[in-house]
Write a protein that binds this ligand. Structure first.
Ligand code: 5GP
Length: 189
């Protein structure tokens, strides 16, 4: 059986990564999402072990000590990490694993798994991104302001990704990502 691909998806907060990934998984049963660990609090409606595995700082630190994370990073004051065993298990079963991680995490994965697929999602314009962030309304004013600052910094890393996809229209962007994944599958078989 072929080993599954590792697909890294990054992009500024509010660009629509969750919606894109949700749709990708709906359309492609060979894909699996790797649920990350985080110390941030759940947003309304978020489910443990579905959106994230919610951890205390102590639990997170213990897991780091045990080498449980493939990569981990601090984003807006909270810790986020990819569980090594979740990724390994799925890939060894031949499933292609999607990670939704920030630019620092992607940098670590680039060193560890050079043949991973790196996709950066951007909004059609800065204004559009701000409008989407406003609309989401799940963060405090303060949180939103700092996420916006981080987004500006993150945009500078887009050039380091093999693929940059504009999320101007969900279905169009999903189709583009699916073509990128299909291309990578063809290369490995
Ligand atoms: P949010 O709090 O909006 O769910 O996520 C904030 C940021 O953390 C996003 O850029 C998201 O991609 C990133 N993120 C989520 N999980 C991980 C992870 O496991 N590792 C890293 N490095 N970043 C993550």
């Amino acid at each position: 059986m072929r080993r599954g691909l590792l697909i890294v998806i990054s992009g500024p907060s509010g660009v629509g990564k969750d919606t894109l990934i949700h749709r990708l998984l709906e359309l492609d049963p060979q894909l699996v999402y790797s649920v990350s660990g985080t110390t941030r609090r759940p947003r309304p409606g978020e489910k443990p072990d579905e959106n994230y595995t919610f951890l205390t700082r102590e639990e997170f630190a213990r897991l780091v000590g045990h080498g449980a994370f493939l990569e981990h990073a601090t984003y807006n004051g909270h810790l986020y990490g990819t569980f090594r065993d979740r990724v390994e298990k799925a890939r060894s079963e031949g499933r292609d694993v999607v990670l939704k991680i920030d630019v620092q995490g992607a940098e670590q994965v680039r060193r560890l798994v050079p043949d991973a697929l790196f996709i950066f999602v951007v909004a059609p314009s800065e204004q559009e991104l701000e409008d989407r962030q406003e609309k989401r309304g799940s963060e405090s004013r303060e949180d939103m302001a700092s996420r916006r600052e981080i987004a500006k910094r993150e945009m500078k890393y887009a050039g380091e990704y093999e693929h940059v996809v504009t999320n101007d229209d969900i279905e169009r962007a999903v189709a583009e990502i699916r073509r990128i994944i299909e291309g990578a599958r063809q290369r490995v078989t």
